[in-house]
Design a binder for this molecule. Structure first.
Ligand SMILES: [Fe+2]
Ligand SMILES: [Fe+2]
Length: 157
């Protein structure tokens, strides 16, 4: 089960990976137009890898019964001043995507920390009441108050 926040973040990542593929394919086209077959090939490989990343995340979402929503992919640049400019753009873009991935990891960790904190809380409460039937009854009554809140339905969040 994915949280709505995680679902949205992963969908954004699908778009970011597809954009990366688009950007690198555009670089490949530029390199080919300059007669740089090797660079064109390198960028072509890079673009294919990015589409695989996009599909991996796509499948990850679907396999968790969450919803993939594909969105418009921005048009990439089409011209570069030199092969070095292409390489520098690749590096800058990869640095940016690393930032996005770090954001996803932070979000996952945050959600796990919350779950751990509430599990910790439960252990503490039950330990406190372990030797007292009255205490156990009290805490059990408190635990009975917990209400499951389903994640918001499609389109509501
Ligand atoms: Fe990627
Ligand atoms: Fe990449």
């Amino acid at each position: 089960m994915l949280s709505k926040t995680m679902e949205e973040a992963l969908n954004k990542q699908v778009n970011a990976e597809a954009y990366s593929a688009y950007l690198y394919q555009s670089m490949s086209a530029w390199a080919a137009s300059q007669g740089l077959k090797g660079l064109a090939n390198w960028m072509d490989c890079q673009a294919k890898e990015e589409m695989i990343h996009a599909f991996k995340i796509y499948n990850f979402i679907v396999e968790r019964n969450a919803r993939v929503t594909l969105t418009a992919i921005d048009g990439p640049p089409t011209e570069w001043d030199s092969p070095v400019a292409v390489a520098e753009n690749v590096r800058a873009h990869e640095e940016k995507v690393t930032g996005l991935i770090n954001g996803l990891v932070d979000l996952a960790v945050e959600e796990k920390v919350e779950e751990e904190a509430s599990a910790n809380d439960l252990v503490d409460k039950l330990k406190l009441a372990a030797d007292s039937p009255d205490g156990m009854m009290m805490i059990d009554r408190e635990l009975a108050q917990r209400v499951f809140t389903p994640p918001p339905a499609e389109g509501e969040a």
